[in-house]
Design a protein around this ligand. Structure first.
Ligand code: ADP
Length: 294
């Protein structure tokens, strides 16, 4: 089982001719409300990849549709508490030029309690994993409890908070970062020197670094791998990283080695970037298998 302590957001998307100006009231050309949040996206990717995933988090008690949607995509929702705090959400203005302007409200995503964490992790078994991003509260507490319960920790520190991340690295069995997060953590400004510096600064840490269309590199003190991305016509890279993480961890939990897991995850995220949208652009296992057989 993988316990994903992650954010759940409702993304309210408004298509506008231009961003709303100070004092202006404007009618929207269209409206969509989609499930989002890095946490929920990664749970969906894990489920589609065939992993046994339990999402741990919180939403407002009136948002049953969120639960139904996650369940229909294969995510176990038993550990999502329904509370009297608004569900995390984003108000997103989109213009015709594809620019966006976003208001984020953390809401219930920051309402995890230590009791909830204790309860979840006391039922975990050796061999289980905990996955975390940086869109929820109690990150350090969850990791400490995971370690006490001999559960492995995968951490995707997004959005990056370098101070917090450095503080918790001792608890992390697998760190997953993209280029920007890697540079922020090391304090470098170009990716080549970051790739070179990372294993020197953190020699014992297992790190997966996703490099967009350049692929992925991995190092853990013993092994160094570099895997190229698949060449596809990208239309929307939203959720590429989340798809990668879900498929990679699912593969590792099934016993694949790191090279196999990365390759499968690169295929899944290559399919993802050829489609518009977030959770809806994440492929199924069968689609990934078919892609790799081509
Ligand atoms: P994030 O979405 O977190 O910024 P990346 O941009 O690094 O993460 O993308 C994650 C993975 O998705 C990459 O390692 C790569 O395998 C795949 N990917 C991203 N962009 C492309 C692309 N244009 N073509 C093919 N694969 C891509």
């Amino acid at each position: 089982t993988i316990y994903n302590f992650g954010s759940i957001n409702l993304d309210h998307l408004y298509q506008l001719d231009h961003f709303v100006r100070p004092g202006e009231t404007m009618a929207s050309n269209s409206y969509q409300c989609l499930l989002g949040g890095k946490g929920a996206n990664q749970s969906v990717a894990l489920a589609k990849a065939g992993a046994d995933v339990k999402h741990v988090g919180a939403i407002h008690h009136s948002d049953q549709a969120v639960i139904d949607q996650l369940e229909s995509l294969g995510v176990n929702t038993d550990l999502i508490s329904r509370i009297d705090v608004p569900t995390g959400h984003a108000i997103i203005q989109l213009t015709k030029e594809a620019e966006n302007s976003i208001i984020l409200y953390q809401g219930a995503n920051h309402a995890l309690t230590e009791d909830q964490v204790d309860q979840v992790l006391s039922n975990a078994n050796a061999g289980d994993w905990v996955l975390l991003q940086n869109e929820t509260n109690l990150i350090e507490y969850i990791m400490r409890k995971a370690q006490e319960n001999k559960v492995k920790v995968a951490f995707n520190p997004a959005p990056m908070d370098a101070e917090l991340t450095k503080k918790v690295l001792d608890f992390v069995d697998l760190l997953i970062v993209n280029e920007v997060e890697a540079m922020d953590l090391i304090g470098t400004t170009d990716i080549d020197s970051t790739i070179e510096a990372f294993p020197k600064v953190y020699p014992d840490l297992a790190v997966l670094m996703t490099l967009g269309k350049a692929g992925v590199c991995y190092f853990d003190g013993e092994e160094r791998l570099s895997v190229k991305a698949f060449s596809v016509d990208a239309v929307d890279t939203t959720a590429a990283g989340d798809t990668f993480i879900g498929f990679c961890l699912s593969s590792l939990m099934k016993g694949d080695d790191m090279k196999q897991a990365i390759t499968r995850a690169c295929a899944a995220s290559a399919i993802c970037v050829t489609r518009l949208g977030a959770a809806s652009s994440i492929p199924t296992q069968d689609e990934v298998t078919a892609f790799l057989a081509k």
